[in-house]
Write a protein of this length. Structure first.
Length: 357
């Protein structure tokens, strides 16, 4: 499978900058997710790779070869769209084999390939069905099979599960990941769903307004979001408005030590934000004579909610609500807190991330 690279791509629509200096390197056989809010330029990148849109400048390289000279149908790319775009008047098998007709392979080879693909998408008996006899998940699996029929070198998917309901979406995401890994095909997926990106990706690219905010493996993006935007976009976080005092972030009367500080240009009095994931916040009993230390704030529980696999406790400290989550299975480690209880909220320095702006 080939390596796909995007080098310095820019794209404008009139005076609007849709993509600003995009650089990506997708290793052979890996899956990269383009993740970001609506309008940030994800689909435009996909369309440029497919040759459906031309960049104003920059290149798309497949194993080092510039794709610019190839029209879309010669790029060896399989593409799955948000809406499955299957032909309603053809059967499932005819839809899958549609693109194979022009490749000149024999009918028996075509039938064999369709059977193989029906097995791959786990619909071995669906070949004779009409398109309107399929469920949403089945339709999406057939459109995946159709895109894979010509054994493309690159697989592109635009919001592949967005039309499905929540349960089916999760199942499809897992199936898609297993399929991509078993085929070992270099793949780019566009999504605005962070849990889809975490499930599918070897690498996540977080985008905002035509630029790349961060690229990395899912857990790196989750644990070490480089910007406030990324921290807010991936997973839930507490984002605390503080002031920098030269050494620490200050929230009301409390000092928050931060273990690693990337920005060395901070000066005393600068407004900063401290981000900490709810599962990293610790709650301590307030009545055990413990004096609040640095990174420990006194507070009052204002809201408790148990959603089965997770308990969420919101505590008000210094006019700010801080969320803490834990798994109810870990009962031994948790206090039995209720609304109105006094607590100490510990924000461990090693899990506090600092953003200045
Ligand atoms: P979504 O998740 O909503 O599909 P996206 O991140 O995929 O969003 P794009 O479809 O890449 O976003 O569009 C990026 C921006 O470029 C948007 O503001 C869109 O309106 C604009 N845009 C895209 N295609 C065109 C076009 N052909 N002409 C003018 N503007 C366009």
């Amino acid at each position: 499978m080939p390596r796909l690279q995007i080098e310095g791509v820019n794209k404008h629509f009139g005076s609007f900058t849709a993509l600003n200096d995009i650089w990506l390197d997708i290793p052979a056989g890996k899956l990269l997710c383009l993740l970001g809010p609506s309008g940030c330029g994800k689909t435009t990148i996909l369309r440029i790779i497919a040759g459906l849109e031309s960049p104003d400048s920059g290149k798309v390289l497949l194993d080092g070869n510039d794709l610019a000279i190839l029209p879309p149908h010669r790029r060896d790319i399989g593409m799955v769209f948000q809406s499955h775009a299957l032909f309603p008047h053809l059967s499932v098998a005819e839809n899958i084999s549609y693109g194979l007709r022009i490749t000149g392979i024999s009918k028996s080879e075509r039938l064999e390939r369709v059977d193989e693909l029906l097995e791959t998408i786990r619909l071995p008996d669906a070949g004779g069905k009409r398109i309107n006899q399929l469920s949403g998940g089945e339709l999406q699996r057939v459109s995946i099979a159709r895109a894979l029929a010509r054994q493309p070198r690159i697989f592109l998917l635009d919001e592949p599960t967005s039309a499905l309901d929540a349960n089916l979406r999760e199942t499809m995401q897992i199936e898609l990941r297993r399929l991509q890994q078993s085929l070992n095909i270099t793949t780019v997926v566009v999504t605005h769903d962070q849990s889809e990106a975490m499930t599918l990706a070897d690498l996540i690219v977080v985008m905002q307004a035509g630029t790349i905010e961060q690229i990395g493996p899912p857990m790196e993006i989750y644990e070490k979001p480089r910007t406030e935007f990324v921290a807010n976009f991936i997973g839930a976080t507490n984002m605390l408005n503080c002031l920098w005092d030269g050494n620490c972030a200050v929230l009301g009367n409390n000092k928050l030590n931060i273990k690693s500080i990337a920005d060395s240009s901070l000066t005393r009095g600068d407004p900063v934000k401290v981000s900490i994931r709810p599962e990293r916040v610790e709650l301590l009993a307030a009545n055990r004579g413990r004096k609040p230390d640095s990174n420990q704030l006194t507070g009052t529980v204002e809201f408790v909610r148990n959603i089965g696999n997770l308990v969420e406790i919101h505590t008000r400290c210094e006019n700010t609500s801080i969320a803490h989550t834990y798994s109810p299975q870990n009962l031994s480690t948790e206090l039995n807190l209720r609304e109105g209880d006094a607590v100490i909220v510990h924000l461990p320095a090693e899990h506090c991330l600092l953003y200045s702006k």
